[in-house]
Design a protein around this ligand. Structure first.
Ligand code: UD1
Ligand code: CA
Length: 453
């Protein structure tokens, strides 16, 4: 099979976003618009991708998560001019998709259909089109009385009759590389905007004797471009809807799917319940029977089965089975929390491992520590991991009992089965089976209050 490439245009400024950031790096949940387009191209079989950058190009280049080639378009002289900059990349073999970086709703499935239709009919180029109620501003697809494709004309260059046409050019194409290359050589900017229009390649390729067609898709949402923050919100709603409905079809329960945000790369099991106000992003997986939310954020984490996470944040961590987290817990990166664990209210855990059956019920900070199984933390424990210069790590053995308001000054070891008395500040190893008391003794000054008067 011949090579499939994709050229993605992303050089424009996007002034209507009213932002310092280039348009295509604005995010829809956890991904940039440009990354959505790149992923759809990959899903449709593209193995080599070239992104045309211009405005804010450093930021665009930094944002891309995939191995792609970048080509700079110094001046934005039109979509045709942008593609001309990639002529070395295009070559003369195989096929090339041309896409926009600001149409993140296009799916890999629709691009695959475009390619199949193109191949089946032996076209030189196939443009993706759709029919809309209000075609204002778009390029129009002009057809003969028999319905054959004739050309695509820009709104500003269209006649009164042409402007009545509701079938629009989506700006997305698949070309035979050689046809694209030949037609780019012939492009001119002899039009009302003085731009090199990519749509002019359609007529030009047809004039060279190759077949050209527009393939209509019915879901016009897929071709919607994002030019403003309002359209960014609308695109977010559409993607959120697609993802949430697919998960509900797969057996996930959502109490209110309008208040749940799940990134495209998240994996949910059946029998997961998601409560309102929940955001789950990045490379996250949630196991069978687990309940998440309300008001919970989970990013890049793996959550086991039959676990409950209530009104909490979990970042870049792993949580086991039958564990409860929250309400109001903050699980920071590199935490590995096992099975049958209770992490209660106002508990913060960072870069720590917690073994099975341990209880950390309330108001506790555990940073940079290795905690065994069946440990019990009293209320208000602090692992004092930072001395102002560096972080130190502590170890708490199996079945240890940490009294309320204990400070564990790291690095320190509490061996297995050991106890610390409430209010202790522990600076030395607590041996196995020992009780450490590290606090001032109580002294009662009798009748002190009366004498004070
Ligand atoms: C384009 C099409 C129009 C189509 C519409 C669909 C042209 C001339 N017109 O119009 O037929 O109906 O899309 O949305 O192609 N870009 C560059 N460099 C440039 C110019 C544009 O990289 O020199 C990029 C922009 O950043 C943007 C995309 O190409 O992502 C589209 O450009 P834009 O100017 O928005 O084209 P439209 O006027 O919308
Ligand atoms: Ca546009």
């Amino acid at each position: 099979m011949s090579v499939i490439k994709a050229v993605i245009l992303a050089a424009g400024a996007g002034t209507r976003m009213k932002s310092e950031k280039p348009k295509v790096i604005h995010k829809i949940m956890d991904k940039t618009m440009l990354d959505y387009v790149i992923e759809s191209a990959i899903e449709a079989g593209a193995t080599e991708i070239c992104v045309v950058v211009g405005h804010g190009k450093e930021a665009v280049i930094d944002s891309v998560k995939y191995p792609v080639t970048f080509v700079t378009q110094e001046k934005q002289l039109g979509t045709g001019h942008a593609v001309m900059q990639t002529s070395d990349f295009i070559g003369t073999q195989g096929q090339v998709f041309v896409l926009f970086g600001d149409t993140p709703l296009i799916t890999g499935a629709s691009l695959s259909k475009l390619r199949e239709y193109h191949d089946m009919n032996n076209h030189g180029v196939t443009v993706l089109s759709t029919v809309v109620d209000n075609s204002n501003g778009y390029g129009r697809i002009i057809r003969s009385d028999e319905g054959d494709f004739l050309k695509s004309v820009e709104h500003k260059d269209a006649t009164k009759t042409e402007r009545k046409v509701k079938e629009i050019n989506s700006g997305m194409y698949i070309y035979n590389a050689s046809a694209l290359k030949d037609s780019l050589d012939k492009l001119t900017n002899d039009n009302s905007q003085g731009e090199y229009y990519l749509p002019d390649t359609l007529e030009s390729i047809m004039n060279d004797g190759l077949k050209v067609e527009a393939m209509k898709i019915f879901d016009y949402e897929e071709i919607l471009g994002v030019n403003s923050k309002v359209q960014l919100f609308e695109a977010t709603s559409i993607i959120r809807h697609r993802i949430n409905y697919a998960w509900m079809e797969a057996g996930v329960t959502m109490i209110d799917a309008n208040q749940v945000y799940i990134g495209k790369d998240v994996e949910l099991s059946k029998e997961v319940t998601i409560m309102p106000g929940t955001i789950i992003e990045g490379k996250t997986s949630i196991g069978w029977g687990t309940t998440i939310g309300p008001n919970t954020k989970i990013i890049d984490s793996h959550i086991g089965e039959f676990t409950k996470i209530d009104q909490s944040t979990v970042l870049n961590s792993k949580i086991g089975n039958h564990t409860t987290i929250g309400p109001f817990a903050y699980i920071r990166p590199n935490s590995d929390i096992g099975n049958h664990i209770k992490v209660g209210d106002f508990v913060e855990i960072k870069n720590a491992t917690i073994k099975d059956h341990t209880k950390i019920s309330h108001l506790t900070y555990i940073g940079d520590a290795d905690v065994g199984e069946y440990v019990n933390f009293g209320c208000g424990t602090v692992v004092v991991n930072y001395d102002g210069k560096s972080k130190h790590r502590s170890v708490i053995g199996d079945h240890a009992f940490i009294g309320c308001n204990t400070n564990l000054i790291s690095p320190v070891i509490v061996e297995s089965n050991a106890y610390t008395a409430a209010g202790s500040t522990i600076t030395k190893t607590v041996p196995k089976d020992a009780l450490a008391i590290a606090r001032a003794r109580q002294e009662n000054k009798l009748e002190w209050v009366k004498k004070r008067q």
